[in-house]
Every structure is written in structure tokens, then in C-alpha cells.
Design a protein around this ligand. Structure first.
Ligand SMILES: [Zn+2]
Length: 208
């Protein structure tokens, strides 16, 4: 799975998948509302068990195969139905789980720029990591390439963290995520800092 991200990624295909990227399909998605452009990228971080890297638990969670007996922490989350469009592992490996045309279940109760239900109009990228460990250089390289491909494919207006669209409720990608590394895209950090207040809305399907 490694190495692929060093070359420029192709545009997202008409089916919403990026050719050449490893696929591990998640069933946790449904249709986007009609006529809503894909305009936002939401960056998340996750590690399972928390603080441990490199295992298969994250993919197991996103494919509803997490074994609750494998770790005490998994008991409380194994029934969640969550996903993201992409996962970037510590070594920079990129995996696509959900077609970009579909609505992945990553942001949960959220809003951006006065628009609630960010899952409707966003792409979710999970970066394997946690709050107290720096992310890997290979992850930034992979993420930058992915964002470039997504921006060439869709009218992306901003790139934000989960904590920006669900403030007070979510903290990922966390304090060790270096937004300045993405600053070359010209969308950061202004859009992050200028985020509007969240809308009070009802709960919606799961999140990562
Ligand atoms: Zn998140």
C-alpha cells in the first residue's frame, strides 16, 4: 500500500473512487442529498485502541468487524456505525472506504458556515493519530496529495478539522496536527479560525 502516494493522484473517477488507491469498502454510508455540491473537507484523527498505531482495529471499526473481546475499549464502540471516505495510516498508506459520491458517516452533529449536517456536503479523511503524538511526515505527504486530487475534482471551499465543525464535542484531529503544513493550499488557517457558531440540530447517524 505504500509508495502510491508519492506520485500525483488522478482525479476522482466518475464513480467517486480514486483509481489506484487501495479500497476497503465500508457499508456505513448512504446517499447524499440531491443538488448539494461537495464543498468541504473534514480532517479527523483516530487510533484504536487509543494511542496505539498500526493495527487493523480502525479498519475493523469502519467495516463493522471490530471484535469487542480484543480490547476492553472496543466494547463501547463496536456497535457504532461510522466511516470516512479515506484513511491515512501512519506510514502514509492511503485507503478509500466510501465513494466520494456517497455520504460517509464521519462528522455527526456538525455545522460549517451556517450549514448543518456536514456529512451531506463534505468528504471525511481520517488520519491515524492521537492528541499527544506528532503525525508522521509521510501522512502529511499523503494528505497533501489527496487534498490536491480532491480539490481538482470538486469545488472544495475549505478544509477544516472535526473540532471546527463540532466544537465542544469533538477535539480531533487534535493539537498535534500541524495545520501550517497544509497552508500551501491557501485555504488555511483562515477558514478554520473564521468558523461560525454551530447550529443546534438533531442527532444524525454515526460519526468517526
Ligand atoms: Zn472525528
Amino acid at each position: 500500500m505504500s509508495g502510491r502516494q508519492s506520485a500525483a493522484l488522478p482525479l476522482v473517477g466518475r464513480d467517486g473512487w480514486i483509481e489506484g488507491v487501495t479500497r476497503v469498502e465500508s457499508p456505513n454510508h448512504d446517499g447524499r442529498p440531491d443538488g448539494v455540491p461537495i464543498s468541504l473537507i473534514v480532517i479527523h484523527s483516530i487510533s484504536l485502541p487509543p494511542g496505539q498505531f498500526g493495527g487493523k482495529a480502525v479498519l475493523d471499526l469502519f467495516t463493522n468487524r471490530l471484535d469487542p473481546e480484543a480490547h476492553p475499549y472496543f466494547v463501547g464502540i463496536c456497535n457504532l456505525r461510522v466511516s470516512a471516505h479515506f484513511l491515512i495510516a501512519r506510514d502514509g498508506s492511503l485507503i478509500q472506504l466510501v465513494s466520494c459520491l456517497e455520504r460517509a458517516w464521519h462528522a455527526g452533529v456538525s455545522s460549517w458556515n451556517g450549514q448543518a449536517r456536514c456529512n451531506d456536503f463534505s468528504l471525511g479523511i481520517e488520519v491515524e493519530g492521537c492528541d499527544d503524538t506528532p503525525f508522521d511526515d509521510r501522512q502529511y505527504a499523503s494528505l497533501s496529495g489527496l487534498i490536491d486530487a480532491l480539490r481538482r475534482s470538486y469545488p472544495i471551499r475549505a478544509i477544516v478539522g472535526h473540532s471546527d465543525v463540532a466544537p465542544g464535542r469533538k477535539t480531533d484531529p487534535g493539537p498535534r496536527f500541524d495545520w501550517q503544513r497544509l497552508g500551501a493550499f491557501g485555504l488555511l488557517p483562515g477558514n478554520v479560525r473564521d468558523r461560525p457558531a454551530p447550529c443546534p440540530i438533531a442527532a444524525e447517524p454515526g460519526e468517526g
